[in-house]
Write a protein of this length. Structure first.
Length: 337
């Protein structure tokens, strides 16, 4: 949201400015926005990933495979759908490499790196395999609409990690394990789930449909928008959730990518002194140095030439990135666990 005051997010800043040469690519917005619920097996990977899932699963240690099997078994015993098993496997792989660890960040322990100090249970409980799995499922079922979220997003809602996009990396592998070890029909029914470029195209298609609508501070549609309300709703139209405010979109909205590698759909930011602490405006990159944004009070959603003004940040945020991430991309640091 464009503000007249400096934001107060306390995270590391960026210095200097990367040259304003940007990569242009064509984005296809054709095809429907296929939702996760339309996937026949309720578990297959988004975008490309079926072959990678089998390959990643082949690198697991026997202990990790056994833990994945137990996650599936407990899920079946509880009558939970395959999607829940996949979410738990993705979380376990991300947090511990599917190992029942007796160490971790601060007092984090076990498969899911649960912290006794944060109310997850006693040390004995959070290192007990069945307790951990059941506890994960308990918390997952409390997440509103978890069945319709992308599995990595649902895993993040349980774990509340500072690096929310990490969980998507293991989506194909978890889908493969659920299919093979859980005896669920193969992931081929989900191979046509949209990839990152298609989702970006859907976000931009929505945003273009808002051209001419007035800027209203704090608005997130449908009749009016502020800058971050527009970017949030655009990506929501593609089935991707990002935070509401421009500052949190920068720190928690996706992976950080150098401005020189910007692609259509990426979030572009302005901050006082090029400082992420002082972000006050965000827009959607269209390619060819073009920006779609909601400017400020008294103006309307528009397409304009990308400008600098001494405030353009050298880093953009990509809400969805196909794996592997592009060179120079790093997870956006976000909330606390």
């Amino acid at each position: 949201m464009r503000k007249l005051v400096v934001a107060f997010i306390v995270l590391a800043g960026f210095a200097g400015m990367i040259g304003l040469g940007v990569l242009t690519m064509l984005i296809s917005s054709s095809g429907g926005n296929q939702g996760w619920s339309n996937c026949s097996a309720d578990l297959g990977p988004w975008g490309d990933g079926a072959g990678r899932g089998e390959s990643d699963a082949g690198t697991l240690k026997p202990e990790s495979v056994e833990l994945a099997k137990r996650i599936i078994e407990v899920g079946k015993q509880r009558g939970l759908p395959p999607r829940a098993w996949q979410i738990a496997i993705q979380a376990g792989k991300t947090e511990s490499n599917l190992a029942n660890l007796t160490h971790g960040d601060r007092d984090s322990l076990g498969i899911f790196q649960m912290r006794p100090s944060m109310g997850w249970g006693t040390v004995a409980q959070v290192t007990d395999v069945d307790y951990q799995i059941n506890k994960f499922y308990d918390v997952l079922q409390e997440v509103p609409g978890w069945e319709e979220l992308r599995p990595g997003t649902a895993a993040q809602r349980v774990e509340r990690s500072a690096f929310p996009l990490r969980y998507h990396r293991w989506e194909p592998m978890a889908a493969h394990l659920v299919s093979v070890e859980g005896n669920v029909p193969g992931i081929t029914g989900c191979d046509d789930m949209p990839g990152a470029s298609v989702l970006a195209g859907q976000a931009l298609s929505y945003a273009k449909g808002q051209l001419g609508k007035p800027y209203v501070w704090g608005a997130a549609g449908p009749a009016a928008f502020d800058c971050s309300g527009l970017t949030q709703q655009a990506w929501k139209a593609a089935g991707v959730e990002i935070p509401k405010y421009s500052q949190t979109q920068y720190f928690q909205g996706g992976v950080h990518v150098p401005l020189a590698q910007a692609q259509p759909g990426d979030l572009v930011f302005w901050g006082y002194g090029r400082d992420p602490h002082g972000i006050h405006h965000v827009g959607l990159y269209l390619g060819d140095d073009q920006l779609l944004h909601a400017p400020q009070p008294g103006e309307s959603v528009e397409v304009t030439k990308l400008w600098d003004g001494g405030q353009l940040l050298p880093t953009v945020v990509r809400p969805v990135a196909d794996t592997p991430a592009p060179p120079g991309a790093i997870p956006a640091a976000g909330g606390v666990r």
